[in-house]
Ligand binder design. Sequence first.
Ligand code: GKR
Ligand code: MG
Length: 435
Amino acid sequence: MKITQMNVTPIAMADPPLRNAPGIHEPYVNRIIVELVGENGLSGWGEQAYSTTLLADLQAIAPHIVGIDSTDQAAIMRVVEGHFADDDDRIDPILRNFRTDVRKPGMTIPRAFSPIEVAALDLTGRSLGVRVVDLLGGPVRDRVSFSAYLFYKHAGGGGEGEDKRPDEYGEAMTPEQVTRQARQMIDTHGFKSIKFKGGVLEPALEIESVRQMRAEFGPDMPIRIDPNCAWTVETSIKVAQDLQNELEYFEDPTASIPGMGEVRAALLAQGIDLPQATNMCVTEFSQIPESLQHDAVQVILGDHHYWGGLRATTQLGRICEVFGIGMSMHSNTHFAISLMAMTHVAAATRALTYDVDTHYPWLDAGDEFAVGGKIRFEDGSLAIPDAPGLGIEIDRAGLQRQHELFLRIPYRDRDDVGHMQRTVDPNWTEHLPRW
Ligand code: GKR
Ligand code: MG
């Protein structure tokens, strides 16, 4: 379908004070929404993590997308690549929070292309009356399972001043509290596995948190821990020794491909074959060969937002299959457009056998702008909707409300480190590894 308009809208949502290795979530998170309007009057939608530079890039790209057919992804890619032709090594500030192995210039083009590609697939699907999963080759599974995403957390439900939101989960800064959070999230959504964000407390306390979850949920609950590179190689080895029988996989314990490779080699030498996973040291196709040389990761967490869209994610799945690498999926704070894009691509990707990460339970229902409100998980999973495209409708008044929220708040590029210094510990540094 010929594209007649590309609209780029920055929006915001409230976010609770979730802790991670770099610091703490700010009271709001921003996202960018891309709408492609077809000459038939239908719209397709895409969503991306916010950065000020990416917003400006997408706004500059927008007029050049007009006139392209929504099926012509190659033409869309030519426009995106053309935009970055003179400047392809800029660092997107969204990556500042995780600059453990510095420059990732290869993510800039995929990040700009991704929301346009998703919107184009949505528009094409709506125009032809087919689902996005069918445009990706058809479903290899009918339902997509997600994992409970647990965080250490301060009291508070996100938002500020008069806009403070209810604190659904309460404080969780101890093993007991985070295990209670796990119970509540699993009872509410029916998740059948746990992704646990670590790198916040002393490793001994994080080990104790995993043990308490194990005691609470029994031997069959898959549990993963992800300290976002907060640990040295030595600490990572020690934690893996302690948790070898508890973990489904070990996500980014330490920084860099060689670092992950060292942990892997030391563990194998001790007879511990615990799969290592990443969304930090392998985030683009060009890093896969080096990762294989070091045997650094056995599971890649794909994410269409920075691997270059939905089709690129299915291609990543194919590469993972060829090299015997497992595939899971990474998530950042997001709305329903991203949730449905993740669901369609996970349903189309055979290699993606692990439950998918999602921050969606942390989204305050009042911020969702999909018609019908927040999407509900059933037994921790989602079925692919029968409706064409991504299968959701957008409430334009709700989208405008979230855009106005963006205009009101002072927060722009994500800054977990600065917010930690401002609200928890003025002497906080982003120095990693911390332990
Ligand atoms: O939201 O704090 C967070 C997470 O730590 C997120 O930023 C990470 O990108 O979910 C992520 C991960 O798996 O590393
Ligand atoms: Mg991770």
